[in-house]
Design a protein around this ligand. Sequence first.
Ligand SMILES: Nc1ncnc2c1ncn2[C@@H]1O[C@H](COP(=O)(O)OP(=O)(O)OP(=O)(O)O)[C@@H](O)[C@H]1O
Ligand SMILES: [Mg+2]
Length: 309
Amino acid sequence: MLVVDGLRKEYGQFTAVDGVSFQLKPGDIMGFIGSNGAGKTTTIKMLATLLEPTLGRATLNDVPLTEGLIDARKLIGYMPDFFGLYEDIRVWEYLELFASIYGVPKTERPGVIDEVLELTDLGFKKDAFAKSLSRGMQQRLCLARCLVHDPDLLLLDEPASGLDPRARAELKELVAELGRMGKIVIVSSHILPELADFCNVVGIIERGQLLAFGSVEEIISGIEQRRMIEVKVLERANEASMFLHGKEGVVSTFLMGASTLKVEFEGSMESQAQLLAEMIQGGFLITEFRVDAADLEDLFMKVTTGALN
Ligand SMILES: Nc1ncnc2c1ncn2[C@@H]1O[C@H](COP(=O)(O)OP(=O)(O)OP(=O)(O)O)[C@@H](O)[C@H]1O
Ligand SMILES: [Mg+2]
């Protein structure tokens, strides 16, 4: 269990992080969203024991993280937003180095290295020089390095920046796997849709304050009831549009072509699920039914501009 309690960081007169509190349990993957300068990196560095908070504390399984103790570091894998790789070193040597720093027994290191290489899909580069890897591979190597000591908490500061769509998808899969392994993962980004589909928890930070924290669904229904659902059907989009008129939660529908309609919807997640069930019962062949991702971006803008007002 990660307990973050009133973390605050002041730089002179300026407060970069202003009383951030939340809790996560094993298996939780938290998307930590905020625009440039919101306080993500500062918060993550405090959790990583690298920056001393002005006030507040955090504990992981009752071990304090905010007192800079070596014990705490063994529980944490931290992937910084900017990382340097030692270049004249082979991939396996790099991992061996970190495993030894973290006190992994020498006899166990070869097995651990193979395991993290497999997890990050870098086995085929085991003997390559770190500098010969592509950027995306270097990012994965950095993540592999964070895993050698089997930490309980992973702090990934914008791990997806600079990755192509395929590498992003692989990274998502990897992070999801870490969640299934029972680790707590915090992933920062300034793009909410990028995280929404694989995080079970979202925290939105702006000007150092945690403006929203909870599941994506909770945040959507708590802050903005109204959303746009895009529905794709194999045929009869026009009929589907008429079918939806007057259903619970449906504000209006727009036909976007022969097979796509947009539904302006206001209501709970239950009634959203009910709507889909009714369409299927109504005999419509649905190929897609999703809340428009652009809408999540809108939501984020709404939450954050709310803070500025
Ligand atoms: N060492 C420092 N001294 C003074 N101010 C700082 C220092 N480090 C960070 N800040 C300020 O704290 C605020 C939060 O910065 P932080 O790096 O945490 O933001 P971020 O959310 O990670 O942004 P980005 O998306 O750009 O990475 C910014 O206004 C930044 O200028
Ligand atoms: Mg940052």
